[in-house]
Every structure is written in structure tokens, then in C-alpha cells.
Ligand binder design. Structure first.
Ligand code: MN
Length: 213
């Protein structure tokens, strides 16, 4: 009997450990090779930006949520419910996941369908939207993110955020995002932020971005 109880306890321990491992925040897999975007974002930048900066936010977040109410929560829930240093690291993981997932070496071009219609309705043309979006990134003081975001009725807005800001905290859905931290472009473009922002259009995968709308 004693052995059976011990065996059962061990099974429960095993399950608890497995659950803990499953809920750990993981580094997202890149949907392309590290050199695939080299015409715009070099392999060197990807290796640092994805391999070091994003990995570090993931590691720090996992350390910070250990033993807290967020330990078994998903990333979006942590971003919505946390603040301070846990929010900063969780939002940086989510922001980078959205950033890296929206690129593809064979894409570029323009949005289509409902998203294209909504952009045209708001800014007149896609080209005008591009200009305003780039200018928002150039004009952001310090580190942050420039977002295309949608409200619950699908109305689009450009959301500019310092540091780890994410439009979800304002009830908006993230659609497209450009990283305006220097670590995103300094290796390839040094201080030429405008050049970096302008180049990003040619590697956007609009099917991924339209899927978020
Ligand atoms: Mn970054």
C-alpha cells in the first residue's frame, strides 16, 4: 500500500513538472533562415537581435515569473495583466514575436483585401500610409515601436510606443510593427534609422499581416 501511494505521488510530481515545462515561455522559431533577409536585415543583425536580445528577454521573463501568479499564464495574458519589469520583458517577447514573424525573403508588395481597403479608407493610398508610418518611426524619440493597430470595429490607427509599449494594453489589436530600438538596425544602418524603416517594406509578408486583421 505504501509503495502504491509513493508511486502515485511520483506520478503527480511528474505531471506537475511536465505542466511547468509546457507552460514555459519559449523562444519563437524563426520562419526563415538567419541569412534569408540579408538584403535588408543582415545575418549578423538577426543573430544578435533574435539570437541574443530576444533570447535574453525570454530567459529573463521565465526567471521573473517563476513562483508568481504568471508562472503558468500565456504570453498575451502576462502582457495584459502585469506591470513593471515583468510587463517590460513579456511585452518585449510578444513585440519581437510579432516583428520577426511578419517577414519573408520572397515577399514585399502591397496588402490586399479587407486590410488594403481599410488602409485606403484611412490614409487615401498605401503609399501615403507608408510615408506617415515611416515618419512616425523616424520621429519617435529614443527606443520604441511603431504599430499599425485596429480597434474592435476594425478602424486602423498608427500607434507609437516608447520602450516595450504594445497596443493591446489600449484595447487595440496589433497588425504590423516596426522595431525602432537601435539594436534592430545599428549593425546594418548605424544612425540611418529612416533608411532601415524604408527598407523593411520589401520583406513584409502581407499574408501574415492580413491574417492579424
Ligand atoms: Mn528589438
Amino acid at each position: 500500500m505504501k509503495n502504491i501511494v509513493i508511486a502515485l505521488l511520483c506520478m503527480l510530481c511528474g505531471l506537475a513538472t511536465m505542466h511547468g515545462q509546457n507552460s514555459k515561455i519559449e523562444l519563437m522559431p524563426l520562419p526563415y533562415s538567419t541569412d534569408a533577409l540579408a538584403s535588408v536585415i543582415s545575418q549578423h543583425t538577426i543573430e544578435f537581435h533574435y539570437g541574443k536580445h530576444l533570447q535574453n528577454y525570454v530567459n529573463t521573463l521565465n526567471d521573473l515569473i517563476k513562483g508568481t501568479q504568471f508562472e503558468n499564464e500565456d504570453l498575451q495574458t502576462i502582457v495584459l495583466k502585469s506591470d513593471g519589469v515583468i510587463y517590460n520583458n513579456a511585452a518585449q517577447v510578444l513585440n519581437h514575436n510579432l516583428y520577426f514573424a511578419q517577414f519573408s525573403p520572397t515577399e514585399g508588395g502591397k496588402p490586399a483585401g479587407r486590410l488594403a481597403d481599410a488602409i485606403n479608407a484611412t490614409w487615401g493610398t498605401f503609399e501615403q500610409f507608408q510615408q506617415i508610418f515611416e515618419a512616425a518611426g523616424v520621429g519617435l524619440f529614443g527606443s520604441g515601436w511603431v504599430w499599425l493597430a485596429a480597434d474592435k470595429d476594425g478602424k486602423l490607427t498608427i500607434f507609437r510606443a516608447a520602450n516595450a509599449g504594445n497596443p493591446m494594453t489600449e484595447g487595440l489589436k496589433p497588425i504590423l510593427v516596426f522595431d525602432v530600438w537601435e539594436h534592430a538596425y545599428y549593425i546594418d544602418y548605424q544612425n540611418r534609422r529612416a533608411e532601415y524603416l524604408h527598407a523593411l517594406w520589401s520583406i513584409l509578408d502581407w499574408k501574415v499581416i492580413e491574417g492579424r486583421y
